[in-house]
Design a protein around this ligand. Structure first.
Ligand code: AMP
Length: 409
């Protein structure tokens, strides 16, 4: 027997499946004090003299990369070699990087990987990165905490989704079907490192479970999660519709999501992007919250430019006041999506009119056929004052009550 959990393994008779992670290796959440970086040797805009001070005392092969001061847009590779520091100009030419104008690279990580293997004309090969203060090498941190998977054991099979920043593929990891978010671009990969590190800290049956991460030297990042066979909740609702999905099913999805959110609430995580498109459905019809790209520990603030206006609470849009209570607002919108079988919220209202109307107290009508007790919960979630909104714990208790008393029929 295998339990549904997060480590992939083979049992004594050679069958493969998932087993609890703690069976094989202790895993911990990635929660380093420093910033996780794919390029911890990149020091940004520092001068030649600062670079030389950082590479002191001399140690052959100790290196860093900085932005070039003399040639804006170019970089400089600084390497300690036999007691002195050599500075090599990295030329940015037609979207590629080169030192010797013979060998060209897509990004700095590929360049560093190349010269780590072979000096190839430099005074020495690159041996030891001089880490930027406050950063931690992401590769090392995922390995240390037990979340690094082996690229050789992952087979990528076919593309199943297009995310904003990379493809989502179905894959096979040691015989288990998995979903893999593939991020090829180094700058984007850096942003997704944050998503993956949040996921290492979370474990709940209604959150899409991270299985592990592969950080390639060349800058690609693979985030491997459990495979959710029935895709996104919004597509699931739209394709089945009210003829297939009964009230019990809608209430079950509402409860699934609420339980995940209650867990985040109890652990002080704010999701910030809760919506039916970010909830996935498993083969056995369990709804699980995914897309932790914007999820942060409760205290931090964020750029509001890219927020999904129809799902974000007024105080979060206005003053970047994100909290569990702003997630509660989004949860109200998600309930509305569930009970309208995947309609886009605020139908027939032009996007630019949504916020002014909502701020004056406008609330969407109940979707057709929505039980009044559920619509009442939506309206509570859309209370303008966040303090007065219910907690996820309260919402979960009410939903369980609705289910127990069959008030949804
Ligand atoms: P995302 O970039 O996370 O928004 O994912 C884009 C699309 O890929 C989703 O809408 C799903 O259709 C699909 N997808 C993402 N993650 C998974 C998963 N774990 N299992 C199955 N499909 C997924």
């Amino acid at each position: 027997m295998f339990c549904v959990s997060s480590s992939l393994a083979r049992n004594t008779v050679g069958r493969e499946g998932t087993i609890p992670a703690n069976y094989v290796q202790k895993r911990e959440g990635v929660k380093s004090g420093g910033k996780l970086s794919l390029m911890p040797w990149f020091h940004g805009k520092i001068t030649r003299e600062q670079a030389e001070r950082l590479l002191y005392p001399p140690e052959t092969g100790l290196f860093l990369v900085r932005e070039s001061t003399n040639y804006p847009g170019d970089y400089t590779l600084c390497v300690s070699c036999d007691g002195k520091v050599e500075h090599y100009r990295i030329i940015y030419h037609n979207g590629k990087l080169t030192i010797d104008e013979e060998e060209y690279f897509e990004n700095l990580m590929q360049l560093v990987e190349h010269y780590t293997k072979d000096a190839d004309g430099l005074c020495t090969r690159l041996i030891k990165p001089k880490l930027m203060e406050g950063t931690v090498a992401a590769q090392d941190e995922f390995s240390r905490s037990g979340w690094a998977l082996n690229r050789k054991e992952l087979k990528l099979l076919q593309t199943i989704g297009k995310g904003e920043f990379g493809d989502v593929m179905v894959g096979d990891y040691r015989g288990t079907k998995v979903a893999v978010k593939c991020i090829k671009n180094d700058a984007t990969a850096q942003a997704f490192i944050a998503e993956a590190s949040v996921m290492t800290q979370l474990r709940h049956n209604n959150l899409v479970q991270l299985l592990g991460v592969i950080v390639e030297e060349r800058g690609s990042l693979y985030i491997v999660t459990e495979y959710m066979a029935k895709g996104s909740l919004v597509d699931y609702l739209r394709s089945r519709g009210r003829t297939v999905l009964g009230g019990d099913c809608l209430l079950k999805f509402s409860l699934d999501v609420c339980e995940a959110m209650e867990y985040l609430e109890a652990n002080n995580f704010v999701h910030r992007d809760l919506a039916a498109r970010n909830v996935l459905v498993s083969d056995d019809n369990i709804a699980k919250v995914s897309d932790f790209g914007l999820t942060k520990e409760a205290s931090s603030t964020q750029d509001t430019a890219k927020l999904p206006v129809k799902w974000t609470s007024p105080e979060a849009l206005r003053e970047k006041r994100f909290s569990t209570k702003s997630d509660v607002w989004s949860y109200g919108i998600l309930l509305w999506e569930i009970y309208s079988f995947g309609r886009v919220p605020y139908p027939r209202i032009p996007l630019k009119e949504v916020v002014p109307r909502v701020e004056k107290g406008y609330k969407m009508d109940a979707p057709d056929g929505c039980p009044p007790v559920v619509y009442d919960l939506m309206k509570q979630c859309w209370t303008l004052d966040p303090v007065v909104r219910p907690s996820f714990r309260m919402l979960r208790e009410k939903l369980q009550h609705i289910r127990a008393k069959e008030l949804y029929l």
